[in-house]
Each structure stands twice: as structure tokens, then as C-alpha cells.
Design a protein around this ligand. Structure first.
Ligand code: URA
Length: 426
């Protein structure tokens, strides 16, 4: 059956629902190039305002999966479980988490992306390790999953190609922040990837896609519904992203912090979230193991080293250091009551840790580190942030991003809860 793209756009614009065959036609013909970028932009904007109901969303997601390959991990001797974060500042959790869960007996296939905008990409961080490579063949990936248990690599272009094209279009048409389109985008890739279980880390707050708690819970429920309907054992944690995670945002600086966590140290919030997600992943995979013990015993570190070496990286090589560093001092006396995740992410991006458009290079050593966080007392003028970059002309703009990024209080206070909700039903 053939459809008229303009007629489908009008229907969605006017609030009518789209039938299954119409959605399948639209996605297929957009991927092939018969439906134009202009038409799909208009459709994305219509969906942004009108939404998709559950049947439309399920068909949309399946139609995107059907444009590419589906991976198959059924030959592995270990149960597969993956994690996906909707993205936040300083969110390096995948780095310690994947080897930790693998050290407990699971296979963790982490197909990751490069960063765009203020949230960094996992692959950009790992590429700070000398020799490490992100591109693996499916056969290499399967072998590493069987032998090491964890792989973090680039998602091949064969996985949900419709999403790749549509995500790039949404990025330049102001249509990213749509619950149905984010859900379909993330879940089409995860379902096509073939993991048996999935834990979602849905970020909420100033540094996240979804700024409000209610919207973040709605996004989590929608994705859990899509995963479960596809037979993937899916659970979501909604976690705070008002404050950046840990004490670093950037590429190599986040790898260094992840290694501290694997060595038994590291910032307490990074350790807490890594363990919370590890427990959920192991429960979803049906593995009865204590991740805290795997971390303390060094088994997770052993798996990290094996994972990095298997992809050509040298786990003993020093991480790159920036040619220029500059200190930003605390602006007032007091207890740190808030640190604006968006401002810190923007500063790291301006220093060269992120890219303005797809394909731009990133600096391995660029980023921001800080030595105090929520609840810590600081004195005016005391060093608070350190800016790292190879290009000193970027420093002024990064400094500007950090003006008023920190709130100070007179009284002692504690950081609020990191895990705000657990969602296991649509
Ligand atoms: N990440 C994705 O993969 N897709 C979105 O739409 C948003 C975040």
C-alpha cells in the first residue's frame, strides 16, 4: 500500500492517529530517501506537539528496528544485560559499571555513542586511553563478550539506521525533547542490539534532557513499557542530574575518576550509583552476586584491564594531560548547596571536551575537575574548579559558564537522594 507523506503529516498535525501500515511506510520510505528531510521534519514537529499513542509508538519503534539488523547473543554462555543512561554531566558510570557487572558473571554489550552538546560520549572518554579502539566487528564483539564479559564499542551503522537519520534530523529541528521520540530512538537500538535484560538510568534535573521529575518518570515508564513488550526484562532508575556526578566532567579526566572507583576509591556518588545500577542489572540477569565485593576484591579492576586490552588499549599507559590548566576560585564563604550541572557541562564543552557538530574532533585531555561538592565548606578564594585544555583561548568562555554556577549556604546540609524512583512497570 502507498501513502501520501503530506496527508500523513496533516493527519498528525490535526491530532488524528496514524495506522500501523502508514507508520511502517513512512519509516521505510524516509530511510530509503523517498520521504524527504523537510517532510520528516514536519512530521517530527507534529509528533512533538501531538505525541504518539501506545499502539503508534510500538509500531514506530518496531518499524525503526526493521530498517536494520538484529544482533543475536544467544550463543553466549553468560546472560546478557545492558544499561543505558539518557545522558548527564560527569556521567562516567558505564566505565566502572560494565566491567563490574561482567566480573559478577554477566555479559555486558555496551553499544555506545559519541557525545553531542553538553553531555559527553562514552566513546570519546575511552578514546583518551592510548591505543583503544571503538570499532569492532560483530564477531570480535561476541568473542570479547564470551572471554572478558564486557565490551564497550561503537554501535554499527546497521543497527536501526532509521534512528540514526531521524536523530540527526531532530537534533537540528528542535524536536529532540519528545517523550515518544526519545523512547522509540533509545529502545529501537537496545531491542535491535539483542540484550535479554536492560537497566535504564533516566536522568532528571538541570543537566538532563528532561528537567522535570514528572516528565522523567513518564519517559521511564514509556521505555520500560516498550522494552517489556519486546521481551526485554527492563527496569529504570530515575536519578538526579541537577548536580554533576563525581568530581570531573570531560574525557580523560572521567576515565581517571572511573579507575579510582575500580581501585576501591572515587567520589561517593559515583560509587553509590554504580553499585545501585549493578544490583539492578544483576537482578534482571538472574545473577545472585554482590557487586560491592567484586569491587573491593579487585575483580572488577581485573575485568576493566582485560576489557581495555582486548580493544587495543594499554591499561598501564598514562592518560593525556592538558597543556594548560587554570584554577577557578570559590566566589564566597559557605557550604556548597548547589552546583549547576548544565554550567559545568557547558564549561567542559567549551574547553574542547565536546563537539558542536557531528564529526568534530574532541580533546582527550579537556575538561573540568572540582575538589568540593554539595555539603562541603569552602572559603572565598579557595581553588574550586580546575579547567583543563590544550587551547588556552578557550579558557575565558569556560570561566564565563561557571560564573554563579555554585550556590553557597550558611548552614551545613547534605546532598539529597541520588536515586529518586525505581520504575518496573509501564
Ligand atoms: N538518546 C538517543 O539515543 N535518542 C534520543 O532521542 C535521545 C537521547
Amino acid at each position: 500500500m502507498s501513502y501520501d507523506a503530506v496527508e500523513l503529516i496533516r493527519m498528525k498535525r490535526d491530532g488524528d492517529r496514524l495506522g500501523d501500515e502508514a507508520i511502517e511506510w513512512l519509516i521505510r520510505h524516509y530511510t530509503d530517501g523517498d520521504v524527504t528531510a523537510e517532510q520528516m521534519s514536519a512530521m517530527a514537529m507534529a509528533i512533538f506537539f501531538r505525541g504518539l499513542d501506545l499502539q503508534e509508538l510500538s509500531t514506530w519503534t518496531n518499524a525503526m528496528i526493521a530498517t536494520g539488523e538484529r544482533m543475536d547473543f544467544s550463543s553466549l554462555s553468560r546472560p546478557t544485560v545492558d544499561k543505558h543512561s539518557t545522558g548527564g554531566v560527569g556521567d562516567k558510570i558505564t566505565l566502572p559499571l560494565a566491567p563490574l557487572v561482567a566480573a559478577c558473571g554477566a555479559a555486558v554489550p555496551q553499544l555506545s555513542g559519541r557525545g553531542l552538546g553538553h553531555t559527553g560520549g562514552t566513546l570519546d572518554k575511552l578514546e583518551a586511553i592510548p591505543g583503544w579502539r571503538a570499532d569492532l566487528t560483530n564477531a570480535e564483539m561476541l568473542r570479547q563478550l564470551e572471554e572478558v564479559g564486557a565490551v564497550i564499542c561503537a554501535a554499527g551503522s546497521g543497527l536501526a539506521p532509521a534512528d540514526k537519520k531521524l536523530y540527526a534530523l531532530r537534533d537540528v529541528t528542535g524536536t529532540v525533547e519528545s517523550i515518544p521520540m526519545i523512547s522509540a530512538s533509545i529502545m529501537s537500538k537496545k531491542i535491535a542490539e539483542g540484550t535479554a535484560a536492560l537497566v535504564l538510568d533516566v536522568k532528571t534535573g538541570a543537566g538532563a534532557f528532561m528537567k522535570s521529575y514528572d516528565e522523567s518518570v513518564a519517559l521511564a515508564r514509556t521505555m520500560v513499557g516498550l522494552g517489556q513488550a519486546a521481551g526485554v526484562n527492563t527496569v529504570a532508575l530515575v536519578t538526579d542530574m541537577n548536580t554533576p556526578l563525581g568530581r570531573s566532567a570531560g574525557n580523560g579526566v572521567e576515565v581517571a575518576e572511573s579507575i579510582e572507583v575500580l581501585a576501591g576509591g572515587g567520589p561517593s556518588d559515583v560509587v553509590e550509583l554504580t553499585l545501585a545500577l549493578a544490583r539492578e542489572m544483576l537482578a534482571c540477569a538472574g545473577i545472585d552476586a554482590d557487586p560491592e565485593r567484586a569491587l573491593a576484591s579487585g575483580r572488577a579492576m581485573d575485568t576493566w584491564r582485560a576489557m581495555i586490552a582486548a580493544q587495543g588499549g594499554d591499561p598501564d599507559a598514562p592518560l593525556p594531560t592538558a597543556r594548560h590548566t587554570e584554577v577557578v576560585a570559590a566566589e564566597a564563604d559557605g557550604v556548597i548547596a548547589g552546583m549547576d550541572a548544565m554550567a559545568v557541562g557547558l564549561a567542559a564543552w567549551r574547553l574542547g571536551a565536546g563537539r558542536a557538530k557531528q564529526g568534530d574532533p574532541v580533546q582527550a585531555a579537556a575538561g573540568v575537575t572540582w575538589n568540593a561538592s554539595i555539603g562541603d565548606r569552602v572559603a572565598k578564594g579557595q581553588p574550586l574548579f580546575t579547567l583543563h585544555t590544550d587551547t588556552p583561548e578557550r579558557i575565558d568562555r569556560a570561566r564565563e559558564a561557571l560564573v554563579d554556577a555554585v550556590d553557597y549556604a550558611d548552614q551545613p546540609l547534605e546532598r539529597g537522594a541520588l536515586v529518586l524512583a525505581r520504575i518496573d512497570q509501564p
